[in-house]
Design a protein around this ligand. Structure first.
Ligand SMILES: [Zn+2]
Length: 430
């Protein structure tokens, strides 16, 4: 007797008419028309069942702080950073934990069960680090939070608020000692190109020394000469970090000379560096200094994919100094990436779904991710027939499961119609 059977499911790869059986928190069977019975059986009616969404790039320390102490008037990255600097000294651990937990509730409701969050280490109190480590412990039964030590003010540029205080590199190492798992950075925010490159070397060496992954905010700029991704790829090769490094944003690639990019993408591929675009935030923050025509400012996702570089799409921000919207909905993220990168071919649209599921799972190093026999029963039932329809409809998450335990359930989304001679309702499915 199984614990649960989902009858008549469709998988993201297109296999359909399958039954999925859960026993002791794991996927015990997956095949057509299972003869087994279970304590609970659900008829999925041929709709999509996928592994949970994965967000490769988020900021949980600032989430839900929108409007504190004021809103970002210019809408730029730089005013956002300045605003966060104003807010930082007034943060309290309780408020930060409360906001992060609230966001995690939203994430679970959206079927988002794996989040890589950057956490600002440019604070002598390391308050956000302590708070998010506590959040990580509290949400562990239902959401996996992977933390990146992120020197928001620049690992070299940061000046401690009191003379003689710890520098950012010391604070970053302390955050790693406390349990933060990934090395972050922000080379384009350092004072000079040379400092930016030096910061990349310093941080990659630290990651190599400690056997950690690297995820840097890199070239989040419209400046076509912001080329820290080149240094990041070269350092990855030099230090043997292949497969453990990601460059987040990479928006300057949008503006770069195409000849230079034709050399850069093969270098990224050779170094095994992954790209993480953040479509909602890139389309909002970039191009702010442009008149018309106005650049989109998202990295070259289709060209990177064609060049063999893994590309994930991240949420980045929800209701914080950088972004006034957001709801933890990775289908919204995939949909925006699809639009901004003009990825409208059938394969390209499916790649946008992969960019919020399998690819970020690889980047985070999640083991056993995916729907296969023996895997932990982590899954989401979406009210859609396939990944493209899921993106189109930002499909309802009918059921969210982790380790076979139901974390969230939502009713079928359907609108009653009162139209003469037409059906009584519609669910917008094709
Ligand atoms: Zn970010």
């Amino acid at each position: 007797m199984l614990d649960l059977i989902l009858r008549d499911i469709t998988l993201p790869d297109g296999r359909t008419g399958l039954d999925l059986g859960v026993l002791d928190g794991h996927i015990a069977v997956l095949g057509p028309k299972l003869a087994a019975s279970a304590h609970r059986e659900l008829d999925v009616g041929g709709e999509l069942v996928c592994p949970p969404f994965v967000d490769a790039h988020f900021h949980m320390d600032s989430t839900l702080s929108y409007g504190l102490p004021r809103v970002n008037q210019s809408g730029t990255l730089l005013e956002g950073i300045a605003l966060w600097g104003e807010l930082k000294p007034t943060l309290t651990q309780d408020a930060l934990i409360e906001r992060a937990l609230r966001y995690c509730d939203w994430a679970v409701a959206q079927g988002l069960l794996f989040v890589r969050s950057h956490v600002d280490v440019c604070d002598p109190r390391l308050l956000a680090v302590e708070a998010l480590l506590e959040v990580k412990r509290r949400v562990a039964p239902y959401l996996t939070l992977q933390l990146v030590a992120f020197p928001q003010d620049g690992v070299l540029r940061y000046r401690p608020p009191t003379p003689g205080g710890d520098d950012a590199f010391t604070l970053l190492k302390r955050a790693l000692d406390m349990g933060v798992e990934v090395v972050g950075g922000i080379p384009h925010f350092e004072r000079t190109m040379e400092d930016g490159a030096r910061s990349v070397r310093l941080l990659c060496e630290l990651a190599a020394e400690r056997g950690l992954r690297v995820d840097m905010h890199c070239d989040e700029s419209d400046d076509p000469l912001s080329r820290h991704i080149e240094t990041l790829a070269a350092e990855t090769l030099r230090l043997g970090l292949q497969g453990r490094v990601a460059g987040s944003h990479l928006t300057s690639m949008h503006s770069m000379d195409s000849y230079y990019v034709s050399k850069l993408i093969p270098l990224m591929r050779e170094s095994g560096v992954a790209a993480i675009a953040n479509p909602l935030i890139n389309i909002t923050l970039q191009g702010r200094h442009d008149g018309y025509p106005k650049r989109r400012g998202m990295t070259r996702a289709p060209e990177l994919l064609a060049g063999g570089v893994p590309v994930a799409f991240g949420q980045d921000c929800t209701l914080d100094p950088w972004y006034p919207l957001g709801s933890g909905d990775m289908l919204e993220v995939a949909g925006m990436g699809l639009h901004v990168a003009q990825m409208t071919g059938q394969d390209a649209m499916r790649a946008c779904f992969t960019a919020v599921t399998e690819t970020p799972a690889q980047i985070l190093g999640l083991e056993g991710y995916g729907l296969h026999v023996g895997a932990r029963a982590d899954l989401v039932w979406l009210q859609a027939r396939d990944p493209v329809e899921a993106i189109r409809l930002r499909a309802a998450r009918r059921l969210v499961l982790r380790g076979g335990v139901v974390l969230a359930e939502a009713p079928r989304r359907e609108t009653r119609l009162h139209l003469p001679g037409r059906p009584a309702s519609t669910d917008l499915l094709r």
